[in-house]
Write a protein that binds this ligand. Structure first.
Ligand SMILES: *Cc1c(COP(=O)(O)O)cnc(C)c1O
Length: 452
């Protein structure tokens, strides 16, 4: 018999009724207790079924917060909220092999004793960036903080930076705040739209620690704008003997204008060639690898950074290092099409191919209370890179009958796997460029499930 109305059921009784839930038991018990506490402090205690249903909702909510795969129908290729760059099969094989075994992370096989960490990776990263040396930390924010902390030591703690580059990237990464937490003093020069080489020259004094350039990766300025070239700043930096650092943000290795016209994203090799002494960029943006912060440039600076005690706190583990190693090697192998870097493959899908997939999906979904059409979309690189680049794409457009559009979107999000699309007018659009062809079947099932 079910317990009577208005009494608080016992935890054990509730657990029994819930049956098997795909969560650790301790987590389930904690949720049950929390919900019961909430009931106790409230006025209206629902009946047993009501309590159970409230707990089930709480458990579902909790399960949805677990990191899990999903289908990205947003058309945003490097989506920071959706985990940035997915990793290819070569990288996943590496992760499996390295993660499941002992390895020579810091062991010199030839000498039979302790060796250097990531020596091979650093060697090849330097090649990729056409730099003397390179190293890796946890992310680009960490790379920048390491550089700033290392070079900004009183009385030389001023960082010279253009007002046009005091930018915010993503949710909470603001250049002035990063400088502050790194013990650097901001020496802002020029104006938002115009900074000249003489602004730089006038700002450099005995307190100057370094010149920082920050790539405006997530917006663009046009019109009455001016900034000195990297070559000009580099000449000045050499004359004044201050390091010249650029935060490049995304770190495209290939010429982006070849496949995402019109914009050219500066490559690390290019800025190093032009005179930047240290460049840092993300591993999981346009490079298409795991989360990492890559620093490349003059050997003396890389050596010094690696000796900094703070470097130890930012170093990557075997999984990241080996995943990045495989990614970098796939670039160095240098085939024209690089299917092992999934985001590059996505950028190259032809719209004809996407349309074939969309037609097939639409054909597989007939009979649902849903108007389905094949539409066009505008995919983006995302992740705060190439803000101007719009990649023509193909979408599956859904207009449900007898169901509100937000409700369909919610059901798709809450399905397994979740499908994330976007609404435009009275349609829910799913951009196929960011969905792998091997996920089409899953997508079809997810839409069916949402409509049933
Ligand atoms: C993305 C970005 C960062 C932050 O990089 P993370 O790898 O996310 O830490 C810093 N600077 C610029 C210019 C960026 O675009």
């Amino acid at each position: 018999m079910k317990p009577s109305l208005r009494s608080i059921p016992a935890v054990e009784k509730l657990l029994q009724e819930l049956g098997s839930v795909d969560l650790p038991r301790a987590a389930i018990v904690a949720v049950v207790r929390r919900e019961l506490d909430a009931l106790r402090s409230g006025k209206n205690i629902p009946d047993f079924d009501g309590v159970i249903s409230q707990i089930r909702t709480a458990l579902d909510d909790m399960r949805r917060t677990r990191i899990q795969p999903l289908l990205n129908g947003t058309g945003i290729i490097v989506h920071t909220n959706l985990g940035r760059a997915p990793l290819g099969t070569a990288v996943m094989e590496t992760l499996h092999k390295i993660g499941a075994n002992y390895n020579n992370l810091e062991y010199d096989i030839a000498a039979g004793k302790r060796g250097v960490r990531a020596g091979y990776l650093e060697h090849n990263l330097a090649l990729l960036c056409e730099a003397e040396a390179a190293t890796v930390v946890n992310n680009n924010a960490a790379a920048l903080i390491l550089i700033l902390r290392h070079f900004c030591v009183a009385p030389r703690s001023e960082v010279v930076i253009s007002r046009g580059e005091l930018v915010q990237i993503g949710g909470e990464f603001r250049i002035p705040e990063i400088l502050e937490v790194s013990g650097a003093r901001l020496r802002e020069i020029g104006t938002t739209n115009k900074t000249s080489i003489s602004d730089y020259e006038r700002a450099i004094n005995r307190q100057t620690a370094l010149i920082l350039k920050v790539h405006r990766s997530n917006f663009f300025m046009d019109g009455f704008v001016e900034e000195p070239s990297i070559e000009e700043i580099s000449r000045l930096a050499q004359k004044k003997k201050v390091p010249f650092v650029e935060d490049l943000g995304s770190g495209a290795i290939l010429n982006t204008e070849d496949f995402i016209p019109p914009d050219h994203e500066p490559t690390p090799a290019e800025v190093v060639r032009r005179g930047v002494e240290l460049v840092c960029f993300s591993g999981d943006k346009l490079l298409g690898g795991p989360q990492a912060g890559i620093i490349a440039g003059e050997r003396r600076w890389i050596v010094a950074l690696k000796k900094d005690p703070f470097f130890r706190a930012l170093r990557c583990d075997k999984l990241i290092l080996s995943a990045l190693q495989t990614t970098v090697d796939s670039y160095l192998r240098g085939s024209e099409i690089r299917p092992e870097v999934p985001i590059l493959a996505m950028l190259r899908y032809s719209n004809d191919d996407l349309r074939v997939r969309a037609d097939r999906l639409a054909g597989g979904l007939v009979g649902l209370p849903l108007k389905i059409s094949v539409g066009t979309g505008k995919a983006q690189v995302g992740g705060g890179t190439l803000p101007r680049a719009v990649i023509p794409s193909v979408t599956l457009d859904l207009a449900p009958e007898g169901l509100a559009l937000p409700e369909l979107a919610k059901r798709l999000r809450e399905g397994i796997p979740p499908v994330i699309g976007y609404t435009s007018g009275n349609q829910l659009k799913i951009d196929l460029r960011t969905i792998f062809p091997c996920q089409d079947e899953e997508l079809m099932l997810a839409i069916r499930a949402a409509m049933s």
